[in-house]
Design a binder for this molecule. Structure first.
Ligand SMILES: Nc1ncnc2c1ncn2[C@@H]1O[C@H](COP(=O)(O)OP(=O)(O)OP(=O)(O)O)[C@@H](O)[C@H]1O
Ligand SMILES: Nc1nc2c(ncn2[C@@H]2O[C@H](COP(=O)(O)OP(=O)(O)O)[C@@H](O)[C@H]2O)c(=O)[nH]1
Length: 227
C-alpha cells in the first residue's frame, strides 16, 4: 500500500490558512481541501446538506458536527490515491475524533498570529462570495479594485470581518481549537508557527514539508513502483 501525505492546517480567522494552503498545494502538489469551499459548493448545488448548512452559516453559526462529518468524511474516504491538506476541518474535538477514525494524519500545522495582526488583515480582506477567493488590499490586491480577478464580479467585505465581531470569533476559535490542538500535540504531529507575516512563516513551513514529503514519495516508490 502506498503511503500518502495527509495534513491539516489550523489557525484563527485571518491567520493565513487559505493563503498558506494555496502555496503548499502548489509547491507540493497536494490537493487543498477547504471545508468552507466545500460547504459553498454544496450550497450552490442545493444539496440537502448544503441547504441545511446554509441555515447555520447565515446565522453566523458553525455547522453541527454530525452534518460536517457526514459531508466531509465520505469525500476524504474517496481520496484514497491523493495526498491532501485540509483547511477548516476539524474545528471541534468531535470532528477531530471522527477524522481520527477515518485516517491517520501525518502532520498538523497550527498558525499562531497576534490578535492585532488578525484584526488588521481581516479589516482589509475582500472576498468573492461565490468562489471563496480572497484578496487583501495591501497584501494581494485584485487586479481591478473591487472586482474578482477571474469572474469580474464584485468583491464584498464579510460582516464578521469587522473588528467588533473578530474578538468574539477569536475567543470562540480558541475555546474550540484548544482541545483539538492538545490532541494533536499529544500525538506528536503538531507543528506551531508564529509570526506576523505569511512571507516570513512560509519558508519554515516549506522546509518542514520538504523534509516530510520526499521521504513519503520514497515510500511510494518502494512499495508501489510505477508500471
Ligand atoms: N469544520 C467546520 N465545522 C463547522 N462549521 C464550519 C466548518 N468549516 C466551515 N464551517 C462553516 O462555514 C463557514 C465558512 O467557513 P470558512 O472556513 O470559509 O470561513 P470562516 O471559518 O468563517 O473564516 P476564516 O476563513 O476567516 O477562518 C464558517 O463560518 C462556518 O459556519
Ligand atoms: N498584510 C498581510 N495580509 C495577509 C498576509 N497573509 C495573508 N494575508 C491576508 O489576510 C487575510 C486573511 O488570510 P486568509 O488566508 O484568508 O486566512 P484564513 O482566514 O486563516 O484562511 C486575507 O485577506 C489575506 O490575503 C500577510 O502576511 N500580510
Amino acid at each position: 500500500m502506498s503511503k500518502l501525505f495527509r495534513a491539516v492546517i489550523m489557525g484563527p480567522p485571518g491567520s493565513g490558512k487559505g493563503t498558506i494552503s494555496e502555496r503548499i498545494a502548489q509547491r507540493f502538489a497536494l490537493t487543498h481541501l477547504s471545508s468552507g469551499d466545500f460547504l459553498r459548493e454544496n450550497i450552490a448545488a442545493n444539496t440537502e446538506a448544503g441547504i441545511l448548512a446554509k441555515t447555520y452559516i447565515d446565522r453566523g453559526l458553525l455547522v453541527p458536527d454530525h452534518v460536517m462529518t457526514r459531508l466531509l468524511l465520505p469525500k476524504l474516504e474517496e481520496m484514497t490515491r491523493h495526498s491532501w491538506l485540509m483547511d477548516g476541518f476539524p474545528r471541534t474535538l468531535a470532528q477531530a475524533n471522527a477524522l481520527n477514525s477515518t485516517c491517520d494524519l501525518d502532520l498538523v500545522i497550527s498558525l499562531n498570529i497576534p490578535f492585532e495582526t488578525l484584526k488588521e488583515r481581516l479589516s482589509e480582506r475582500w472576498v468573492h462570495p461565490a468562489s471563496g477567493r480572497v484578496y487583501n488590499m495591501g497584501f494581494n490586491p485584485p487586479r481591478i479594485q473591487g472586482r474578482d480577478d477571474i469572474s469580474g464580479e464584485p468583491l464584498i467585505q464579510r460582516e464578521d470581518d469587522q473588528p467588533e465581531a473578530i474578538v468574539s470569533r477569536l475567543r470562540h476559535y480558541k475555546d474550540l481549537a484548544k482541545p483539538v490542538i492538545d490532541l494533536y500535540r499529544s500525538k506528536g504531529i503538531l507543528h506551531k508557527f508564529s509570526g506576523t507575516e505569511t512571507d516570513r512563516i512560509w519558508p519554515y513551513i516549506n522546509s518542514l514539508l520538504s523534509t516530510k514529503i520526499p521521504s513519503i514519495s520514497q515510500t511510494v516508490t518502494q512499495h508501489a513502483p510505477l508500471p
